[in-house]
Design a protein. Structure first.
Length: 129
């Protein structure tokens, strides 16, 4: 049992290292050029406005453009699947620990069936003289 536990622990440790490095998330994309483009368009459109209604329309356009960029960032956001995979390895480690641990004696103190039977506790009557 100790050998199986050691081999299992080594395999779980190697699996944890592989999971941590192989499942590392990719880096997120940089959206600064999209933001700069939306704000540049806003500057050009704002310069051509003549009054509050036109400014409201231009502000709506830039708000729409910036919200689109935010939505794309959320869509491309990095998800890290390493923690659920490591949780599975923890569960496997607990299962290995339970499977390889020795079984305790029964709760009432009785010996297991493989033990030798106990001697009869009642004393033999001594022969009368």
């Amino acid at each position: 049992m100790p050998l199986a536990r050691r081999v299992g622990a080594i395999l779980l440790a190697l699996a944890a290292i592989v999971v941590w490095f192989a499942m590392a998330p990719d880096e997120s994309s940089d959206r600064s050029s999209d933001i700069a483009s939306a704000l540049a368009d806003y500057g050009l459109n704002e310069a051509r406005t003549h009054g509050a209604p036109q400014q409201q329309v231009v502000n709506g356009w830039v708000a729409k453009d910036l919200l689109t960029i935010i939505a794309e960032q959320q869509n491309d956001s990095v998800t890290d699947e390493r923690l659920p995979a490591l949780a599975v390895l923890v569960v496997l480690g607990l299962a290995l620990h339970i499977a390889t641990s020795t079984r305790p004696a029964e709760a009432d103190g009785a010996a297991s069936a493989s033990a030798a039977p106990a001697a009869d506790p009642s004393p033999e009557p001594s022969p009368a003289v």
